[in-house]
Design a protein around this ligand. Structure first.
Ligand SMILES: [Zn+2]
Length: 294
């Protein structure tokens, strides 16, 4: 095989991710406001100037325009370039990790990026991420098996490479329907319990139903072990950020705005996607040497 091919595939992965990120920016702004994704075409919110195709190139345009509208010089949020860059990086990382199965991961990454930023802005997780993610997680094993059949990957070896398509990935996700359903039940059940207990303890809604659905989706896609790891990582990440916000704003614990939990579930899930199994193996070697899984 031409040695330049993997390099081209890496570049394509990043650029595709940046373009999808550009589209996700539109989704994050318009979907919660009930606006159409196609019309009207992109325009400056200040002066209504239409954004031409060459002003809409991911990452490059924001830099070329130095983060300002070409006509009225109104500032364009740096979040646009951040989301484009982040999605590009995640797509590239998924290609490294999952090889020929990367497109399956790209779909989930896109749902997580859009869902997280909508949750940050509106304290609301969209159904397309949560319910859509659960449905996607359950059909993923079938899609996975189809790609494995198409690329001739030998899954029994634990690798997804083949002679014709020499991309190795040791950690395919959603490997079987029973694992997917077990993960869905555990993720949904665990957070439903947390939500129920929290409601009892605080006498108000401690967690949205969207977070429960989102953890169900994480379980459906990656199985029960991922649910446990994601729960731990997301709690740690959420607590660190929450504490930092309290300290920085000098706000009292009860006084500040509620922190959305969805983005931290996504951060935990992303950590699992790229280093999760290694993390579990490392932890077991450290604290439970000789256990069956270590
Ligand atoms: Zn403008």
């Amino acid at each position: 095989m031409n040695p330049a091919v993997p390099l081209i595939l890496q570049a394509v992965s990043f650029l595709l991710g940046a373009c999808i990120g550009s589209f996700l920016n539109v989704v994050v702004w318009r979907v919660p406001r009930g606006e159409s994704l196609v019309s009207p075409p992109s325009h400056c919110p200040k002066c209504n100037a239409p954004i031409r195709w060459w002003q809409n190139v991911p990452i490059v345009s924001w830099l070329a325009l130095r983060g300002r509208c070409a006509r009225c010089r109104a500032p364009i949020s740096p979040r646009y370039i951040f989301v484009e860059f982040l999605t590009g990086l995640l797509f590239l990382a998924a290609f490294w990790r999952y090889g020929s199965f990367a497109p399956l991961a790209w779909v989930w990454i896109s749902l997580m990026v859009a869902g997280s930023f909508i949750d940050f802005d509106h304290q609301l997780l969209p159904d397309f991420t949560t319910v859509g993610g659960m449905v996607y997680g359950v059909v993923c094993p079938a899609a996975f098996a189809s790609i494995a059949w198409f690329t001739g990957a030998d899954l029994r070896e634990g690798t997804c490479g083949s002679e014709a398509w020499p991309v190795i990935s040791e950690y395919p996700f959603a490997p079987s329907l029973p694992q997917s359903l077990a993960g869905l039940a555990l993720g949904f059940g665990l957070l439903w319990l947390v939500r129920w207990l929290g409601g009892k303890a605080f006498k108000r809604e401690a967690m949205g139903m969207g977070d429960v659905f989102l953890m169900g989706a994480v379980g459906a896609l990656f199985g029960p072990v991922c649910v446990v790891v994601t729960l731990i990582l997301s709690s740690v990440a959420g607590s660190v950020v929450g504490l930092a916000m309290v300290l920085l704003s000098k706000a009292r614990l009860g006084g500040f705005k509620e922190i959305p939990y969805g983005p931290y579930i996504c951060i935990g899930c992303i950590a699992w996607m790229f280093r999760g199994p290694e993390l579990v193996a490392w932890y077991l070697r450290l604290f439970a040497p000789g256990s069956a899984l270590a």
